[in-house]
Ligand binder design. Structure first.
Ligand SMILES: [Zn+2]
Length: 632
Protein backbone atom coordinates (compact mmCIF):
# COMPACT_ATOMS: atom_id res chain seq x y z
CA UNK A 1 0.00 0.00 0.00
CA UNK A 2 2.77 2.33 0.81
CA UNK A 3 4.34 1.59 -2.46
CA UNK A 4 1.21 2.48 -4.30
CA UNK A 5 1.01 5.71 -2.37
CA UNK A 6 4.58 6.47 -3.24
CA UNK A 7 3.86 5.87 -6.90
CA UNK A 8 0.85 8.13 -6.71
CA UNK A 9 2.86 10.93 -5.16
CA UNK A 10 5.56 10.53 -7.75
CA UNK A 11 2.95 10.70 -10.47
CA UNK A 12 1.42 13.80 -8.97
CA UNK A 13 4.77 15.50 -8.85
CA UNK A 14 5.51 14.56 -12.43
CA UNK A 15 2.20 15.75 -13.74
CA UNK A 16 2.47 19.04 -11.90
CA UNK A 17 5.94 19.58 -13.34
CA UNK A 18 4.76 18.85 -16.83
CA UNK A 19 1.66 20.97 -16.47
CA UNK A 20 3.84 24.02 -15.99
CA UNK A 21 6.12 23.99 -18.96
CA UNK A 22 5.53 27.41 -20.43
CA UNK A 23 7.11 29.26 -23.31
CA UNK A 24 8.53 32.55 -22.00
CA UNK A 25 8.84 35.16 -24.69
CA UNK A 26 10.41 38.59 -24.26
CA UNK A 27 10.40 41.28 -26.90
CA UNK A 28 11.88 44.76 -26.51
CA UNK A 29 9.93 47.38 -28.43
CA UNK A 30 12.26 50.14 -27.33
CA UNK A 31 15.19 48.85 -29.37
CA UNK A 32 14.24 48.85 -32.99
CA UNK A 33 17.16 48.54 -35.33
CA UNK A 34 16.96 48.28 -39.08
CA UNK A 35 13.14 48.04 -38.76
CA UNK A 36 13.47 44.85 -36.72
CA UNK A 37 12.99 43.88 -33.10
CA UNK A 38 14.81 41.23 -31.09
CA UNK A 39 12.84 38.30 -29.70
CA UNK A 40 14.04 35.97 -26.99
CA UNK A 41 12.39 32.70 -26.04
CA UNK A 42 13.12 30.85 -22.83
CA UNK A 43 12.11 27.49 -24.25
CA UNK A 44 9.88 24.91 -22.57
CA UNK A 45 11.53 21.59 -21.76
CA UNK A 46 11.70 19.39 -24.82
CA UNK A 47 11.67 15.59 -24.68
CA UNK A 48 12.44 14.82 -28.30
CA UNK A 49 15.94 14.32 -29.72
CA UNK A 50 15.28 16.89 -32.38
CA UNK A 51 12.36 19.21 -32.86
CA UNK A 52 10.88 21.58 -35.40
CA UNK A 53 10.26 25.20 -34.51
CA UNK A 54 7.45 26.74 -36.55
CA UNK A 55 6.24 30.17 -37.45
CA UNK A 56 2.67 29.90 -38.78
CA UNK A 57 1.94 29.40 -42.45
CA UNK A 58 -1.63 30.64 -41.93
CA UNK A 59 -3.86 31.89 -39.12
CA UNK A 60 -7.58 31.38 -38.52
CA UNK A 61 -10.05 33.76 -40.14
CA UNK A 62 -7.86 34.89 -43.05
CA UNK A 63 -8.37 31.90 -45.36
CA UNK A 64 -5.10 32.76 -47.11
CA UNK A 65 -1.46 31.63 -46.85
CA UNK A 66 0.76 34.13 -45.00
CA UNK A 67 4.15 32.41 -44.38
CA UNK A 68 5.05 34.57 -41.37
CA UNK A 69 8.42 32.82 -41.07
CA UNK A 70 9.69 34.99 -43.92
CA UNK A 71 9.91 37.86 -41.44
CA UNK A 72 12.32 36.00 -39.11
CA UNK A 73 16.09 36.21 -39.47
CA UNK A 74 19.23 35.14 -37.57
CA UNK A 75 17.46 32.49 -35.54
CA UNK A 76 19.86 31.03 -32.95
CA UNK A 77 19.46 28.27 -30.39
CA UNK A 78 21.43 28.00 -27.11
CA UNK A 79 21.92 25.36 -24.44
CA UNK A 80 22.07 26.16 -20.73
CA UNK A 81 25.74 27.17 -20.91
CA UNK A 82 24.85 29.65 -23.66
CA UNK A 83 26.62 27.52 -26.26
CA UNK A 84 25.25 27.84 -29.77
CA UNK A 85 23.39 24.75 -30.96
CA UNK A 86 22.90 23.34 -34.44
CA UNK A 87 19.88 24.70 -36.28
CA UNK A 88 18.79 23.98 -39.83
CA UNK A 89 16.23 26.12 -41.64
CA UNK A 90 13.97 23.73 -43.58
CA UNK A 91 11.67 26.26 -45.27
CA UNK A 92 10.21 29.75 -44.77
CA UNK A 93 8.38 28.70 -41.62
CA UNK A 94 10.36 25.77 -40.21
CA UNK A 95 13.64 25.37 -38.31
CA UNK A 96 15.01 22.00 -37.19
CA UNK A 97 16.80 22.06 -33.85
CA UNK A 98 19.20 19.17 -33.26
CA UNK A 99 19.92 17.74 -29.82
CA UNK A 100 16.75 19.47 -28.70
CA UNK A 101 16.73 18.11 -25.14
CA UNK A 102 19.54 20.54 -24.37
CA UNK A 103 17.69 23.54 -25.74
CA UNK A 104 17.22 26.42 -23.30
CA UNK A 105 16.88 29.53 -25.40
CA UNK A 106 16.05 30.73 -28.90
CA UNK A 107 16.67 34.24 -30.20
CA UNK A 108 15.90 35.90 -33.50
CA UNK A 109 15.14 39.17 -35.21
CA UNK A 110 11.74 39.82 -36.72
CA UNK A 111 10.75 42.47 -39.24
CA UNK A 112 7.23 43.73 -39.82
CA UNK A 113 4.97 42.73 -42.70
CA UNK A 114 3.67 46.27 -43.39
CA UNK A 115 6.77 47.48 -45.17
CA UNK A 116 8.56 44.21 -45.82
CA UNK A 117 10.09 43.57 -49.21
CA UNK A 118 10.23 39.80 -48.73
CA UNK A 119 8.97 37.89 -51.75
CA UNK A 120 5.82 35.84 -51.30
CA UNK A 121 2.12 36.40 -50.68
CA UNK A 122 0.84 39.74 -49.38
CA UNK A 123 -0.28 39.21 -45.82
CA UNK A 124 -3.85 40.38 -45.13
CA UNK A 125 -3.17 43.68 -43.39
CA UNK A 126 -5.27 43.18 -40.26
CA UNK A 127 -3.31 39.95 -39.70
CA UNK A 128 0.02 41.67 -40.42
CA UNK A 129 2.58 43.30 -38.17
CA UNK A 130 3.89 46.82 -37.88
CA UNK A 131 7.16 48.07 -36.41
CA UNK A 132 7.29 51.85 -36.51
CA UNK A 133 9.82 53.00 -33.97
CA UNK A 134 8.38 55.40 -31.38
CA UNK A 135 5.02 55.48 -33.16
CA UNK A 136 3.17 52.23 -33.48
CA UNK A 137 3.53 48.48 -33.17
CA UNK A 138 0.91 46.03 -34.42
CA UNK A 139 1.69 42.77 -32.72
CA UNK A 140 -0.25 40.01 -34.37
CA UNK A 141 1.47 37.29 -32.39
CA UNK A 142 1.60 34.95 -35.38
CA UNK A 143 4.13 37.35 -36.92
CA UNK A 144 6.38 37.53 -33.85
CA UNK A 145 6.25 34.24 -31.95
CA UNK A 146 6.51 30.60 -32.98
CA UNK A 147 5.89 27.18 -31.42
CA UNK A 148 7.47 23.73 -31.33
CA UNK A 149 6.04 20.80 -33.26
CA UNK A 150 3.48 18.96 -31.14
CA UNK A 151 3.75 21.56 -28.35
CA UNK A 152 0.93 23.96 -29.14
CA UNK A 153 -1.01 23.37 -25.93
CA UNK A 154 1.58 24.71 -23.46
CA UNK A 155 1.13 28.05 -21.77
CA UNK A 156 2.68 31.12 -23.39
CA UNK A 157 4.04 33.98 -21.32
CA UNK A 158 4.68 37.28 -23.09
CA UNK A 159 6.91 39.98 -21.64
CA UNK A 160 6.76 43.15 -23.64
CA UNK A 161 9.25 45.91 -22.86
CA UNK A 162 7.85 49.28 -23.85
CA UNK A 163 8.40 52.95 -23.26
CA UNK A 164 6.40 54.03 -20.23
CA UNK A 165 4.32 56.45 -22.37
CA UNK A 166 3.12 53.64 -24.62
CA UNK A 167 -0.11 51.75 -24.16
CA UNK A 168 -0.83 48.16 -25.19
CA UNK A 169 -4.35 47.68 -26.53
CA UNK A 170 -5.51 44.06 -26.46
CA UNK A 171 -8.40 41.80 -25.52
CA UNK A 172 -6.04 40.02 -23.08
CA UNK A 173 -6.06 40.92 -19.43
CA UNK A 174 -2.54 41.94 -18.34
CA UNK A 175 -0.82 40.38 -15.37
CA UNK A 176 -1.17 42.74 -12.38
CA UNK A 177 2.34 41.94 -11.22
CA UNK A 178 4.56 42.23 -14.26
CA UNK A 179 8.23 41.43 -13.72
CA UNK A 180 10.41 44.23 -12.41
CA UNK A 181 12.41 45.77 -15.18
CA UNK A 182 15.65 44.94 -13.29
CA UNK A 183 14.83 41.24 -13.42
CA UNK A 184 14.90 41.19 -17.17
CA UNK A 185 18.07 41.12 -19.12
CA UNK A 186 18.09 44.74 -20.28
CA UNK A 187 21.16 46.83 -20.99
CA UNK A 188 21.40 50.58 -20.62
CA UNK A 189 19.18 53.06 -18.74
CA UNK A 190 15.77 51.69 -17.84
CA UNK A 191 14.06 54.65 -16.14
CA UNK A 192 11.57 55.29 -18.95
CA UNK A 193 10.77 51.65 -19.57
CA UNK A 194 8.01 49.39 -18.36
CA UNK A 195 7.10 45.75 -18.86
CA UNK A 196 3.69 44.30 -19.66
CA UNK A 197 3.18 40.63 -19.04
CA UNK A 198 0.41 38.54 -20.55
CA UNK A 199 -0.27 34.84 -20.24
CA UNK A 200 -2.10 32.88 -22.95
CA UNK A 201 -3.34 29.36 -22.18
CA UNK A 202 -1.97 27.94 -25.43
CA UNK A 203 -0.71 28.89 -28.89
CA UNK A 204 -4.22 29.17 -30.37
CA UNK A 205 -5.16 31.70 -27.71
CA UNK A 206 -1.88 33.61 -28.21
CA UNK A 207 -2.50 34.00 -31.96
CA UNK A 208 -6.10 34.90 -31.13
CA UNK A 209 -4.92 37.82 -28.95
CA UNK A 210 -3.30 40.64 -30.95
CA UNK A 211 -1.88 43.80 -29.38
CA UNK A 212 -1.30 47.33 -30.60
CA UNK A 213 1.24 49.58 -28.91
CA UNK A 214 1.22 53.34 -29.39
CA UNK A 215 0.47 56.49 -27.43
CA UNK A 216 -2.91 55.89 -25.84
CA UNK A 217 -6.04 56.98 -27.67
CA UNK A 218 -8.76 54.92 -26.08
CA UNK A 219 -12.41 54.91 -25.06
CA UNK A 220 -14.42 52.37 -23.10
CA UNK A 221 -18.09 51.51 -23.59
CA UNK A 222 -20.05 49.23 -21.34
CA UNK A 223 -22.37 46.92 -23.30
CA UNK A 224 -24.45 44.82 -20.89
CA UNK A 225 -21.89 42.74 -18.97
CA UNK A 226 -18.97 43.50 -21.29
CA UNK A 227 -16.29 46.19 -21.11
CA UNK A 228 -15.59 47.22 -24.68
CA UNK A 229 -12.27 48.95 -25.31
CA UNK A 230 -11.80 51.06 -28.43
CA UNK A 231 -8.19 51.84 -29.24
CA UNK A 232 -7.09 53.94 -32.19
CA UNK A 233 -3.93 54.89 -34.02
CA UNK A 234 -4.51 57.70 -36.50
CA UNK A 235 -1.16 59.14 -37.65
CA UNK A 236 -2.59 62.58 -38.49
CA UNK A 237 -5.17 62.56 -35.70
CA UNK A 238 -8.03 62.61 -38.20
CA UNK A 239 -10.15 60.26 -36.13
CA UNK A 240 -10.26 59.45 -32.43
CA UNK A 241 -11.30 56.49 -30.29
CA UNK A 242 -13.97 58.68 -28.72
CA UNK A 243 -15.57 59.41 -32.10
CA UNK A 244 -15.53 55.74 -33.03
CA UNK A 245 -17.05 54.82 -29.68
CA UNK A 246 -19.91 57.29 -30.30
CA UNK A 247 -20.46 55.80 -33.74
CA UNK A 248 -20.50 52.11 -32.87
CA UNK A 249 -22.09 52.34 -29.41
CA UNK A 250 -25.65 51.91 -30.74
CA UNK A 251 -24.59 49.14 -33.10
CA UNK A 252 -23.14 47.20 -30.17
CA UNK A 253 -26.22 47.87 -28.04
CA UNK A 254 -28.40 46.48 -30.86
CA UNK A 255 -26.10 43.45 -31.22
CA UNK A 256 -26.43 42.81 -27.53
CA UNK A 257 -30.25 42.74 -27.85
CA UNK A 258 -29.98 40.62 -31.00
CA UNK A 259 -27.94 38.06 -29.02
CA UNK A 260 -30.48 37.91 -26.22
CA UNK A 261 -29.08 40.54 -23.84
CA UNK A 262 -25.96 38.73 -22.73
CA UNK A 263 -22.58 38.67 -24.44
CA UNK A 264 -20.26 35.68 -24.09
CA UNK A 265 -17.16 37.77 -23.20
CA UNK A 266 -16.23 40.03 -20.25
CA UNK A 267 -13.73 42.16 -22.13
CA UNK A 268 -13.59 42.96 -25.82
CA UNK A 269 -11.15 45.22 -27.69
CA UNK A 270 -11.61 47.01 -31.00
CA UNK A 271 -8.12 47.80 -32.31
CA UNK A 272 -8.05 50.38 -35.11
CA UNK A 273 -4.98 51.16 -37.19
CA UNK A 274 -5.52 53.89 -39.75
CA UNK A 275 -3.01 54.43 -42.52
CA UNK A 276 -2.22 57.59 -44.46
CA UNK A 277 -0.42 55.57 -47.15
CA UNK A 278 -2.14 54.50 -50.37
CA UNK A 279 -3.92 51.20 -49.70
CA UNK A 280 -3.93 48.13 -51.92
CA UNK A 281 -6.51 46.48 -49.70
CA UNK A 282 -7.97 47.00 -46.27
CA UNK A 283 -10.26 45.21 -43.89
CA UNK A 284 -10.66 43.69 -40.47
CA UNK A 285 -10.01 40.40 -38.74
CA UNK A 286 -11.97 38.81 -35.94
CA UNK A 287 -10.71 37.22 -32.76
CA UNK A 288 -12.47 35.80 -29.74
CA UNK A 289 -11.90 38.82 -27.54
CA UNK A 290 -10.95 41.48 -30.04
CA UNK A 291 -10.86 42.54 -33.67
CA UNK A 292 -8.21 44.40 -35.65
CA UNK A 293 -9.04 47.01 -38.30
CA UNK A 294 -6.68 48.28 -40.99
CA UNK A 295 -8.36 51.14 -42.82
CA UNK A 296 -7.46 54.29 -44.77
CA UNK A 297 -7.26 57.33 -42.50
CA UNK A 298 -10.40 59.44 -42.90
CA UNK A 299 -12.70 61.51 -40.74
CA UNK A 300 -15.56 59.83 -38.91
CA UNK A 301 -18.09 61.42 -41.28
CA UNK A 302 -16.32 59.95 -44.29
CA UNK A 303 -16.25 56.41 -42.98
CA UNK A 304 -19.28 56.23 -40.73
CA UNK A 305 -21.44 53.51 -42.33
CA UNK A 306 -18.51 51.37 -43.39
CA UNK A 307 -17.04 51.56 -39.90
CA UNK A 308 -20.34 50.42 -38.42
CA UNK A 309 -20.73 47.60 -40.95
CA UNK A 310 -17.18 46.40 -40.28
CA UNK A 311 -17.54 46.59 -36.50
CA UNK A 312 -20.90 44.78 -36.56
CA UNK A 313 -19.48 42.01 -38.73
CA UNK A 314 -16.33 41.41 -36.68
CA UNK A 315 -18.12 41.57 -33.35
CA UNK A 316 -20.70 39.02 -34.53
CA UNK A 317 -17.91 36.54 -35.07
CA UNK A 318 -18.19 35.85 -31.34
CA UNK A 319 -21.15 33.68 -32.45
CA UNK A 320 -19.35 31.88 -35.25
CA UNK A 321 -16.70 30.59 -35.60
CA UNK A 322 -15.90 31.29 -31.92
CA UNK A 323 -18.89 29.46 -30.46
CA UNK A 324 -19.90 27.31 -33.42
CA UNK A 325 -17.08 25.70 -35.40
CA UNK A 326 -15.92 22.43 -36.89
CA UNK A 327 -12.90 20.43 -35.77
CA UNK A 328 -10.77 22.00 -38.52
CA UNK A 329 -11.13 25.33 -36.72
CA UNK A 330 -11.45 24.15 -33.14
CA UNK A 331 -8.02 22.55 -33.38
CA UNK A 332 -6.38 24.73 -35.98
CA UNK A 333 -3.29 23.48 -37.78
CA UNK A 334 -1.14 26.57 -38.34
CA UNK A 335 1.32 24.85 -40.66
CA UNK A 336 -0.77 22.25 -42.46
CA UNK A 337 -4.21 23.85 -42.56
CA UNK A 338 -7.38 21.92 -43.35
CA UNK A 339 -10.39 23.85 -44.50
CA UNK A 340 -13.96 23.45 -43.32
CA UNK A 341 -16.85 23.45 -45.83
CA UNK A 342 -18.91 25.90 -43.82
CA UNK A 343 -17.75 29.38 -44.79
CA UNK A 344 -21.42 30.01 -45.71
CA UNK A 345 -21.92 30.06 -41.94
CA UNK A 346 -18.67 31.51 -40.49
CA UNK A 347 -18.55 34.43 -42.91
CA UNK A 348 -21.92 34.40 -44.69
CA UNK A 349 -24.15 34.18 -41.64
CA UNK A 350 -21.95 36.67 -39.79
CA UNK A 351 -22.30 39.14 -42.65
CA UNK A 352 -26.05 38.53 -42.80
CA UNK A 353 -26.34 39.21 -39.06
CA UNK A 354 -24.32 42.44 -39.40
CA UNK A 355 -26.93 43.88 -41.77
CA UNK A 356 -29.97 42.24 -40.16
CA UNK A 357 -29.22 43.71 -36.71
CA UNK A 358 -29.06 47.19 -38.19
CA UNK A 359 -32.47 47.01 -39.85
CA UNK A 360 -34.11 45.23 -36.91
CA UNK A 361 -33.08 47.94 -34.47
CA UNK A 362 -33.68 50.92 -36.72
CA UNK A 363 -30.03 51.82 -37.47
CA UNK A 364 -30.78 51.62 -41.19
CA UNK A 365 -34.20 51.92 -42.84
CA UNK A 366 -35.83 48.90 -44.56
CA UNK A 367 -35.18 50.63 -47.91
CA UNK A 368 -31.50 51.11 -47.06
CA UNK A 369 -31.36 47.48 -46.04
CA UNK A 370 -32.76 46.35 -49.38
CA UNK A 371 -30.03 48.48 -50.93
CA UNK A 372 -27.41 46.54 -48.94
CA UNK A 373 -28.81 43.19 -50.12
CA UNK A 374 -29.14 44.48 -53.68
CA UNK A 375 -25.45 45.37 -53.73
CA UNK A 376 -24.58 41.85 -52.59
CA UNK A 377 -26.77 40.37 -55.29
CA UNK A 378 -25.07 42.52 -57.93
CA UNK A 379 -21.53 41.80 -56.77
CA UNK A 380 -22.22 38.08 -56.38
CA UNK A 381 -23.07 37.92 -60.09
CA UNK A 382 -19.38 38.42 -60.82
CA UNK A 383 -18.63 35.04 -59.22
CA UNK A 384 -19.31 31.42 -60.19
CA UNK A 385 -22.89 30.86 -59.11
CA UNK A 386 -22.85 27.16 -59.99
CA UNK A 387 -19.89 26.44 -57.73
CA UNK A 388 -21.28 24.67 -54.63
CA UNK A 389 -20.56 26.89 -51.64
CA UNK A 390 -19.19 23.97 -49.65
CA UNK A 391 -16.63 23.36 -52.44
CA UNK A 392 -15.70 27.04 -52.53
CA UNK A 393 -15.07 26.79 -48.81
CA UNK A 394 -12.90 23.66 -49.00
CA UNK A 395 -10.87 25.23 -51.83
CA UNK A 396 -10.67 28.77 -50.44
CA UNK A 397 -6.89 28.59 -49.94
CA UNK A 398 -6.00 27.48 -53.44
CA UNK A 399 -8.36 26.28 -56.15
CA UNK A 400 -11.13 28.76 -55.38
CA UNK A 401 -9.17 31.59 -53.76
CA UNK A 402 -10.48 33.93 -56.48
CA UNK A 403 -14.06 33.11 -55.42
CA UNK A 404 -13.48 33.81 -51.72
CA UNK A 405 -14.92 37.34 -51.73
CA UNK A 406 -18.32 35.84 -52.59
CA UNK A 407 -18.62 34.59 -49.00
CA UNK A 408 -19.58 38.16 -48.04
CA UNK A 409 -22.02 38.45 -50.93
CA UNK A 410 -23.76 35.17 -51.74
CA UNK A 411 -22.86 33.88 -48.26
CA UNK A 412 -24.98 36.64 -46.71
CA UNK A 413 -27.77 36.03 -49.22
CA UNK A 414 -27.81 32.35 -48.24
CA UNK A 415 -28.32 33.64 -44.68
CA UNK A 416 -31.25 35.82 -45.81
CA UNK A 417 -32.83 33.00 -47.82
CA UNK A 418 -32.47 30.55 -44.95
CA UNK A 419 -33.96 33.08 -42.54
CA UNK A 420 -37.01 33.70 -44.73
CA UNK A 421 -37.47 29.96 -45.28
CA UNK A 422 -37.27 29.23 -41.54
CA UNK A 423 -39.64 32.05 -40.64
CA UNK A 424 -42.15 30.76 -43.16
CA UNK A 425 -41.97 27.18 -41.90
CA UNK A 426 -42.35 28.29 -38.27
CA UNK A 427 -45.04 30.92 -38.82
CA UNK A 428 -42.54 33.58 -37.83
CA UNK A 429 -41.46 32.03 -34.54
CA UNK A 430 -38.02 30.71 -35.52
CA UNK A 431 -35.31 32.28 -37.69
CA UNK A 432 -31.56 31.90 -38.21
CA UNK A 433 -31.01 33.93 -35.04
CA UNK A 434 -32.69 31.14 -33.05
CA UNK A 435 -30.92 28.47 -35.07
CA UNK A 436 -27.49 29.93 -34.34
CA UNK A 437 -28.36 30.40 -30.65
CA UNK A 438 -29.39 26.74 -30.44
CA UNK A 439 -26.24 25.60 -32.21
CA UNK A 440 -24.03 27.60 -29.87
CA UNK A 441 -25.82 26.05 -26.88
CA UNK A 442 -25.10 22.62 -28.29
CA UNK A 443 -21.47 23.34 -29.14
CA UNK A 444 -19.58 26.38 -27.79
CA UNK A 445 -15.94 27.46 -27.58
CA UNK A 446 -14.57 24.07 -26.56
CA UNK A 447 -16.81 21.68 -28.50
CA UNK A 448 -16.42 21.30 -32.26
CA UNK A 449 -18.86 19.73 -34.67
CA UNK A 450 -17.83 17.22 -37.34
CA UNK A 451 -17.66 19.13 -40.59
CA UNK A 452 -19.74 16.62 -42.56
CA UNK A 453 -22.44 16.38 -39.88
CA UNK A 454 -23.48 20.02 -39.49
CA UNK A 455 -26.39 19.88 -41.94
CA UNK A 456 -27.89 16.89 -40.09
CA UNK A 457 -27.51 18.76 -36.80
CA UNK A 458 -29.33 21.74 -38.28
CA UNK A 459 -32.16 19.50 -39.54
CA UNK A 460 -32.54 18.06 -36.02
CA UNK A 461 -33.06 21.59 -34.71
CA UNK A 462 -35.30 22.74 -37.56
CA UNK A 463 -37.21 21.10 -40.43
CA UNK A 464 -36.50 18.48 -43.11
CA UNK A 465 -37.14 21.21 -45.72
CA UNK A 466 -34.10 23.08 -44.39
CA UNK A 467 -31.97 20.01 -45.02
CA UNK A 468 -33.19 19.99 -48.58
CA UNK A 469 -32.46 23.70 -48.92
CA UNK A 470 -28.88 23.24 -47.66
CA UNK A 471 -28.23 20.22 -49.89
CA UNK A 472 -29.61 21.97 -52.97
CA UNK A 473 -28.32 25.54 -52.67
CA UNK A 474 -25.30 25.33 -50.35
CA UNK A 475 -23.84 21.89 -51.07
CA UNK A 476 -25.44 21.67 -54.52
CA UNK A 477 -24.90 23.58 -57.75
CA UNK A 478 -28.37 25.14 -57.99
CA UNK A 479 -28.73 28.93 -58.04
CA UNK A 480 -30.72 30.37 -55.16
CA UNK A 481 -34.29 31.08 -56.37
CA UNK A 482 -34.07 34.73 -55.29
CA UNK A 483 -37.34 35.84 -56.93
CA UNK A 484 -39.32 33.10 -55.23
CA UNK A 485 -37.68 33.66 -51.85
CA UNK A 486 -37.96 37.44 -51.73
CA UNK A 487 -41.54 37.26 -52.99
CA UNK A 488 -42.48 35.58 -49.69
CA UNK A 489 -41.66 38.84 -47.85
CA UNK A 490 -43.10 41.16 -50.49
CA UNK A 491 -39.86 42.15 -52.18
CA UNK A 492 -39.67 42.27 -55.99
CA UNK A 493 -36.54 41.73 -58.01
CA UNK A 494 -36.66 44.11 -60.95
CA UNK A 495 -34.47 43.27 -63.93
CA UNK A 496 -32.70 46.21 -65.52
CA UNK A 497 -33.60 48.54 -62.69
CA UNK A 498 -32.10 51.82 -61.60
CA UNK A 499 -30.41 52.76 -58.34
CA UNK A 500 -29.62 56.17 -56.89
CA UNK A 501 -25.88 56.72 -56.66
CA UNK A 502 -23.44 59.57 -56.20
CA UNK A 503 -21.66 60.41 -59.40
CA UNK A 504 -18.01 61.05 -60.22
CA UNK A 505 -19.15 62.43 -63.61
CA UNK A 506 -16.28 60.91 -65.57
CA UNK A 507 -16.81 57.66 -67.46
CA UNK A 508 -15.18 55.90 -70.37
CA UNK A 509 -17.67 57.42 -72.81
CA UNK A 510 -17.09 61.06 -71.93
CA UNK A 511 -13.35 61.45 -71.34
CA UNK A 512 -10.33 61.78 -73.53
CA UNK A 513 -6.74 62.99 -73.10
CA UNK A 514 -5.58 66.53 -73.86
CA UNK A 515 -2.27 68.28 -73.41
CA UNK A 516 -2.05 71.01 -70.82
CA UNK A 517 1.20 72.72 -69.77
CA UNK A 518 3.22 69.90 -71.29
CA UNK A 519 1.32 67.09 -69.58
CA UNK A 520 -1.40 64.66 -70.66
CA UNK A 521 -4.59 65.38 -68.72
CA UNK A 522 -8.15 64.12 -68.61
CA UNK A 523 -10.59 66.19 -70.64
CA UNK A 524 -14.27 65.98 -71.57
CA UNK A 525 -14.86 64.44 -75.00
CA UNK A 526 -18.61 64.07 -75.23
CA UNK A 527 -21.30 66.18 -73.55
CA UNK A 528 -24.03 63.75 -74.56
CA UNK A 529 -22.44 61.08 -72.35
CA UNK A 530 -22.60 63.25 -69.21
CA UNK A 531 -24.95 62.23 -66.42
CA UNK A 532 -27.33 64.57 -64.53
CA UNK A 533 -24.59 65.70 -62.16
CA UNK A 534 -22.26 66.57 -65.03
CA UNK A 535 -25.04 68.50 -66.76
CA UNK A 536 -25.90 70.36 -63.54
CA UNK A 537 -22.26 71.49 -63.28
CA UNK A 538 -22.31 72.73 -66.87
CA UNK A 539 -19.27 70.72 -68.00
CA UNK A 540 -18.46 71.35 -71.68
CA UNK A 541 -16.71 69.41 -74.42
CA UNK A 542 -13.00 70.25 -74.39
CA UNK A 543 -12.85 71.10 -70.66
CA UNK A 544 -9.53 69.97 -69.18
CA UNK A 545 -9.99 68.90 -65.58
CA UNK A 546 -7.62 70.61 -63.14
CA UNK A 547 -9.28 69.69 -59.88
CA UNK A 548 -12.43 68.15 -58.50
CA UNK A 549 -13.85 68.79 -55.05
CA UNK A 550 -10.62 70.52 -54.03
CA UNK A 551 -8.50 67.49 -54.89
CA UNK A 552 -6.01 68.20 -57.65
CA UNK A 553 -6.32 66.00 -60.73
CA UNK A 554 -2.96 64.33 -61.38
CA UNK A 555 -1.53 64.08 -64.89
CA UNK A 556 -2.56 60.93 -66.75
CA UNK A 557 -0.89 57.91 -65.14
CA UNK A 558 -1.29 55.38 -62.32
CA UNK A 559 -2.08 58.14 -59.79
CA UNK A 560 -5.48 58.63 -61.43
CA UNK A 561 -6.65 55.47 -59.65
CA UNK A 562 -5.84 56.98 -56.27
CA UNK A 563 -7.57 60.22 -57.26
CA UNK A 564 -10.74 58.30 -58.12
CA UNK A 565 -10.57 56.42 -54.84
CA UNK A 566 -10.37 59.69 -52.91
CA UNK A 567 -13.30 61.13 -54.85
CA UNK A 568 -15.40 58.03 -54.20
CA UNK A 569 -14.84 58.50 -50.48
CA UNK A 570 -15.37 62.25 -50.48
CA UNK A 571 -18.34 62.80 -52.80
CA UNK A 572 -21.03 61.16 -50.62
CA UNK A 573 -20.15 63.61 -47.83
CA UNK A 574 -20.42 66.81 -49.93
CA UNK A 575 -23.24 69.32 -50.16
CA UNK A 576 -21.71 71.09 -53.14
CA UNK A 577 -19.85 69.47 -56.02
CA UNK A 578 -17.03 71.66 -57.36
CA UNK A 579 -14.72 71.44 -60.33
CA UNK A 580 -11.98 73.59 -61.78
CA UNK A 581 -11.48 73.20 -65.52
CA UNK A 582 -9.31 74.78 -68.21
CA UNK A 583 -11.64 76.03 -70.92
CA UNK A 584 -11.25 77.87 -74.21
CA UNK A 585 -13.34 81.03 -74.01
CA UNK A 586 -13.30 83.25 -77.13
CA UNK A 587 -10.20 81.47 -78.36
CA UNK A 588 -8.32 81.92 -75.11
CA UNK A 589 -7.70 79.33 -72.38
CA UNK A 590 -8.72 80.20 -68.85
CA UNK A 591 -9.54 78.61 -65.49
CA UNK A 592 -13.28 78.20 -64.89
CA UNK A 593 -14.83 77.27 -61.55
CA UNK A 594 -17.94 75.09 -61.73
CA UNK A 595 -20.23 74.19 -58.86
CA UNK A 596 -23.67 72.69 -58.26
CA UNK A 597 -25.55 71.10 -55.35
CA UNK A 598 -24.29 67.53 -54.95
CA UNK A 599 -26.98 64.94 -55.67
CA UNK A 600 -27.51 61.26 -56.32
CA UNK A 601 -28.34 60.28 -59.87
CA UNK A 602 -30.20 57.34 -61.40
CA UNK A 603 -27.83 54.62 -62.56
CA UNK A 604 -28.92 51.63 -64.63
CA UNK A 605 -28.21 48.27 -62.97
CA UNK A 606 -28.92 44.72 -64.14
CA UNK A 607 -31.33 44.25 -61.23
CA UNK A 608 -32.85 46.02 -58.24
CA UNK A 609 -34.75 45.07 -55.08
CA UNK A 610 -37.99 46.91 -54.31
CA UNK A 611 -40.78 46.47 -51.79
CA UNK A 612 -43.88 45.14 -53.59
CA UNK A 613 -46.43 47.88 -54.23
CA UNK A 614 -49.49 46.09 -52.90
CA UNK A 615 -48.23 43.34 -50.61
CA UNK A 616 -50.64 40.70 -49.29
CA UNK A 617 -51.36 40.24 -45.59
CA UNK A 618 -49.19 37.16 -45.43
CA UNK A 619 -46.28 38.89 -47.19
CA UNK A 620 -46.49 41.74 -44.69
CA UNK A 621 -46.69 39.34 -41.78
CA UNK A 622 -43.60 37.40 -42.85
CA UNK A 623 -41.75 40.64 -43.67
CA UNK A 624 -42.40 41.83 -40.13
CA UNK A 625 -40.81 38.70 -38.68
CA UNK A 626 -37.91 39.07 -41.08
CA UNK A 627 -37.13 42.77 -40.48
CA UNK A 628 -38.35 43.46 -36.95
CA UNK A 629 -37.03 42.17 -33.65
CA UNK A 630 -38.91 39.30 -32.01
CA UNK A 631 -39.57 41.33 -28.85
CA UNK A 632 -41.43 44.08 -30.70
ZN1 LIG B 1 -15.58 37.81 -41.11
Amino acid sequence: MKRLKFVLIAMLICSSIYAANPYKYTVDLTKVSDDKVFVELEAPRIKEKEIKFYMPKIVPGTYAIADYGRMVSELKAYDKRENLMEVERLDDNTWLIKDAKKLRKITYFVEDTYDSEQPGPEIFWPAGTNIEDNKNFIINNSGFFGYFDGMKKEEFELNIIRESGFYGATGMIPDNNPPMIGKLDIEGPTADLAVDRFVAEDYDRLVDSPLMYSEADTAIIKVANTDVLISTYSPNKMISAKEIAESIREVLAAQNKFLGGELPVDKYAFIFYFTDKPVTSYGALEHSYSSVYYMPEQTIEQMNQQLRDFAAHEFFHIVTPLNIHSEEIGSFDFNNPKMSRHLWMYEGMTEYFAGSVQVKYGLVSPEQYLGMLEEKLLISQQFKDQLPFTDLSLGALDEYADQYYNVYQKGALIGAALDIQLRELSNGAYGVQNMMADLSKEYGIHKSFKDEELFDEIVKLTYPEIGEFLQTYVAGDQSLPYKEIFDKVGVDIIDNGTVKQYSIILNQNNITLAEHEGEQRLAISNEAALDDMGRALGVKKGDIILSMNEIEMPAYGPEIQEFIGKQAQKIPTLETFTMTVWREVDGEGQKVELSAPNKQIDVQVPLALRFTENPTESQLELRKYWLEPADK
